[in-house]
Ligand binder design. Sequence first.
Ligand code: ZN
Length: 291
Amino acid sequence: MFIDIHAHTTRGRSIVELNGRQYMTTPEELVKRYDQLGIEKAVLLPLVNPENTPGIYQSNEEILQITRDFAGRFVPFCNVDPRARNHWQAPLNKILDCYRQAGFLGLGEVSANLPFLDAKVQNLFAAAEENNFLLTFHISPFLNYSYGLVDDSGLPQLEESLRRFPKLRFLGHSQAFWAEISTIRTVDDRFGYPTGPVTEGAVPRLLRQYPNLYGDLSAGSGYNALARDREYAVKFLSEFQDRLLFGTDICAPGTPTPLVDFLLELRSSGEISEVVFQKIARGNAERLLAR
Ligand SMILES: [Zn+2]
C-alpha cells in the first residue's frame, strides 16, 4: 500500500550502536516490518557523511547489493560526501553519471554539516541536476550542530538553491525543515518538534513558489509538522497533494512510524480524500521514481 521515500539499513548487524541505544536495522528485519505495516518498498539512503552516524560508513555498493538481494522491495539512492575530492568545479557530474548508469535514482541523504551555499555543496547540486537525480537532504540549524546542510531561519539558502537549480527536485526533510511549516517563534523551534497551531511559514511559501520542492514526510519531524495542527494538516495535505511523500526514516528495528496510523486515520474519517491519500502514500513516489 505505502512506498517509503526514506529509510536506512545496514547489511548485517551494525558494530556500533546508533544513538548509543539501538543498532541499525538489517534488511531482513526491515522487510518483515514493512510486511506488517503494509509498505511495499522503500528508498534506501546510504549513510556516508562522517557527522551522520559515527562509526557507520556505508558504501553505495552495499546499498545496491541489498536492492539486488531483496528484489522489488528497495530502490537505491547513492550518496557522495561533498568534501570528497570536491572543489568548486570538480567533475562530480561524471561520478554521479557512473552511479546513474549502475541503477541509482537519486542522491542522499545529504547530511554534511556545510552551508547550502558552500561551493562544494553547490557543485554537488549541479552534478545531481545534470544527472536528473532526486535529492534528499537533512537541514541543521547551525554549523557544528549535529548533521545536515546548514541554513538560517526562513531557509534563504535553500531558496537560493531552488532558484539556481530549477530542474533539481529537492526532497525536504528533518526538524529544521519541517519546523518551517509555521513561522519560527523562538530558536528552539528549529531544533525539535514545535507544538501548537500553524501560522504559515517558509515551507508552504516555498512549495507554492518553487515547483522543484517536495516534502519528505518521514521521521518524527514530518509527523509532528502535521500532528501539531490537525486542521491545518488537512489543508496542507490537500493543497500540496502532488508534492508530499510518505516516509518513515526507519534506522533501528524500533524506530516508530506514527505517520502510518495518522494518514490511515485521516482517510477513514474522510478528512482527506482517497485520491489525496493514494498520492501521498505511494502515487507521488511512483511518479518521481519512474525512470
Ligand atoms: Zn534519514
